[in-house]
Design a protein around this ligand. Sequence first.
Ligand code: ZN
Length: 390
Amino acid sequence: MHERFVFCSGCGKKYPIWKKMFRCECGETLEIIFDYRKIKKNFRERIEKRDFNHARYIELYPVKKLVSIQEGGTSLIRSKNLEKLFGMKFQLYFKYEAQNPTGSFKDRGSSVEVAKALEFKAKEVVCASTGNMGASLAAYSGIANLKCSVFIPMDTKTVKLEQMLAYGANVYKVHGDYVKAARIAEEVYRNYNIYLLGDYLYRREGTKSIGFELCEQLKGIDYIISPVGNGTLISATWKAVNEFKILNIIKTRPRMIGIQASGCSTVARAYTSRLEIKPIKNPHTVAVAIECGDPIDGKRALKSIKESGGFAEVVSDKDILKARDLLARKEGLFAEPAGAVSLAGLIKARDSIEKGSKVVCLVTGHGLKAPMTGVSGKVKKSFPKRLSGA
Ligand SMILES: [Zn+2]
């Protein structure tokens, strides 16, 4: 165990590592600070002996043992056609997170979060989800023999709902959006002392492995483009990059580009206006997985973008669906709309990318999770007649 303490960058307060925490007393989110000097000793030699997956970086998670179904170790795929199609003067890669056990990047965080719940002797867990986290936590709770309840927004897609039920979760639809579902989950935790899972500090630590893997898969990445919902993915990736810089695994850090849908652009709007993040009531986008009107890690997302010298961009639902189709038709990668948000953002902002750089788009979730969202193809009635042998 290499954790030193739990830290609030909002008020500067430190908490001991054994204390079960979700937020700071001041209301801000928390992070875990590790003893990097201890970890640094032979770190590269140690990890190189291990398989290439999420468990490879165990020293950098706040748990003794992971709850694991071999998540992570996903492919980093060089663009086959889109680079040329758009005349991009840089190298484009896709980190295809659909390859995770439940079809999204959420499994990385779940592996650590559910392990932490077991360390805190939880018997039962609760969370709010737009679909992917609920499905992932249902699976991981199942293998850890924890009873799992998930609160989901009214518009959660049937496939994700069915996935949660298949993994054995108790699923509750709330009359409202994700913010309302999150509020109810936090109430259940407070009223019944049921262990709370979600975009809190332990999940962020698990989500870091996407950044660790990228640092090992491709040397000298210049840009990482990430969708922003609650802001946990982009801030976890930035934390990972910084930890690998401290540990001498990488020399330079990439710039972080955060992409949001126009129907829920809390962080991007704050970036452009240089004002505080303002929550949005009734957000709406086809990229439902990032429909978080009051982003839990919004401030961290904004900080990651600014610290890294990156930027934020907003894309329309039309841009997102177009990118989703291009990803499938030109690269063979089927993503749900939220998974194509990074590509949509890159297409829009491609002129802001420096020539000759290495760019990675995070493709966060599988297309089979939302297969019928705005599909543009049609089933044909019969095969058209044509000249034989032509
Ligand atoms: Zn605080």
